[in-house]
Design a protein. Structure first.
Length: 227
């Protein structure tokens, strides 16, 4: 998507330069930060489409940057982790990252991940799906305002949490595999890493309480159950 601005945050100059090279070739504008403090400053000063954020940063680490940004913004965040440990990925996703990529990475995969996140965000914002509100038990899902109500109480959901709930709502009583949910919600093949679906399902269950029932169908996936 030409002219959209991506912030790449990494303390390694070669990583920053490689990411910029490939993202600019794909038509994005790119600005760079080498530490967490600089990243937070640039987030405030610029209109960004997405942030590529390394976890292991000097001064202010990536987890703290993510936490502070999420306190006031739904800016899409692609998290970079130097370790292939589930704990880093799970913690990052729980703090609000939209996706993760393990270093070292193929720069073409980085561009594909960025493109997919922005495609999903743009599609949701422009209302490509039906704009009609969904009512499921005590839960109301409004695609126009991207708001969710449980009874008379508004529930704050992150971008991917909302997209996941809407997808499940549009397939009520149908079992969707983790791979199908990744494709429908994240918009690309996730290279077999399905843990992100489990993390987001757990968030929805916690936030929605008894408002809806999302069942785990062992060995298959998940389904949103209605009476």
């Amino acid at each position: 998507m030409p002219n959209e601005t991506i912030l790449v945050v990494d303390d390694e100059a070669n990583i920053r330069d490689l990411a910029r090279l490939y993202l600019e070739k794909d038509g994005y504008q790119v600005i760079l930060a080498q530490d967490g403090a600089q990243a937070l400053k640039l987030v405030k000063e610029n209109e960004l489409a997405l942030m590529v954020l390394d976890l292991m940063l000097p001064e202010v680490d990536g987890w703290e940057v993510c936490r502070r940004v999420r306190a006031h913004s739904n800016l899409p965040i692609l998290m970079l982790t130097a370790r292939d440990d589930d704990i880093d990925k799970i913690v990052g996703l729980e703090m609000g990252a939209d996706d993760y990529l393990t270093k070292p990475f193929n720069p073409r995969e980085l561009v594909a991940r960025v493109r997919a996140i922005l495609r999903r965000t743009t599609s949701a914002a422009s209302g490509h799906a039906s704009d009609e509100a969904r009512q499921i038990g005590s839960v109301t899902i409004d695609p126009k305002s991207r708001e969710v109500m449980v009874g008379s109480s508004r529930v704050a959901l992150r971008v991917k949490e909302f997209d996941l709930l809407l997808t499940l709502a549009d397939h009520q009583n149908i079992v969707l595999s983790r791979e199908q949910l990744l494709d429908l919600v994240w918009g690309y093949e996730f290279y077999g890493q399905t843990r992100t679906v489990d993390v987001h399902i757990a968030h929805l269950r916690e936030k929605l309480g008894d408002g809806v029932t999302i069942e785990t169908v062992w060995g298959m996936g998940y389904k949103l159950v209605t009476a």
